[in-house]
Design a protein around this ligand. Sequence first.
Ligand SMILES: Cc1ncc(COP(=O)(O)O)c(C=O)c1O
Length: 427
Amino acid sequence: MKEIIPAPPAIVRNDYESVRELFSKNVVPSYGRFDLALDHGTGSYVFDVAGKRYLDLGGGIAVCCLGHAHPAITDALVEQSKKLIHVSNLYFTEPQGRLAAELVKRIGAGKVFFANSGAEANEGLFKLARKFGHDEGRFEILTATNSFHGRTLAGIAATGQDKVKKGFEPMTPGFRHIPFNDLEAARNAISPATVAIMIEGVQGEGGVTPATPEYLLGLRALCDEKKLLLLMDGVQCGHFRTGKFQSFQRILENVPGGENFLPDGFSMAKSLGGGFPIGAFWVRAPFQDLLGPGTHATTFGGTPLACAVALKIFEVIEKEKLDENARKLGEQMKNELERLAKNYPGVVKSARGLGFMLGLELAEKIPAFAASDKSTAIQFVNRLHAAGVLTIPAGTQVIRLLPPLNLKPQEAAEGIAKIEELVKSLV
Ligand SMILES: Cc1ncc(COP(=O)(O)O)c(C=O)c1O
């Protein structure tokens, strides 16, 4: 007899192999994906298609600042979608104006342009710099070695890592790299064509390395002296992750002269939308009108929907003081990770970071990993998956913890315990 109810399509059967097959047949294979197919999440946990639970300490690479399925985000999405999702930037919409005002209030006097991603926010800053130097023939932007600024053509030219450039040469002209946290190198690298310096406040993909206060203040003075724009990429380290709204505010707190520090341009994305795509750049007041009508645009930038979500996220973070949570719990987690480095030097080399942007540098030669040609970081992350914890590799030796800002103390303890268990097993 013919079956009355046909077998459900593969995706409904919810098994890993069928999801993977959809990808291998239909999705461009540009990502090295882990062997996990995730299905749903709640708070700091996600579940795979087989129902296995994982503590998400990667936060979708510093994106899911309120965790998964936060009701405030769902409500904001639903409410705004009933009213207005998109109209284009040919018109004014209140959520975009209000979100810009919130960003200006927290960074400093200036204006904001909305985009859709971190790379696109940085592209805007590159264009700002080119416009700034155009009439004097200056166009060159100095960026740091080990930096990461996105995967567009200008993004990979700006990124100080060869692996993202390979196969895509020739590079977009106008970018040169300087060693990070080395002020003298920056001074020496400036040429008559230089127009800007761009750095991350805390290098993320490069292995979780914060800028020093002296470097930030020194670059500010250098840029003023040489008439350069100081641009900062806050895409990963921003949005309260370090314990202050932006990383430079955290790095320079209580530092004499730090209270007056501002970059000239600043990019944001990731946690700004908590998982809903939105990017933005802020530009300091003296330069805020450089990009006049017709010079820069994007269809989806700052839709009412994206901005309503971002506004709601500000409300939740501030009401629940999640910046303080990131600072306090992040410090405790860092202490625990440092303890691991002290107790198990054969596995963990060092721990570093600020707030909820933490890096664990693994030892070069871990005997249990010798047989595989996968990097130490990837093998460590894979083993943590087996233990039910998600983390993110950074380069070959570092794993990153970028948890939601509302991570609970018992969840932090669970994550540390599982990491320690793994470390112990590798001794
Ligand atoms: C510091 C930094 N800048 C830019 C980007 C690019 O952002 P997106 O992937 O949203 O284009 C990233 C992404 O990881 C990043 O970490």
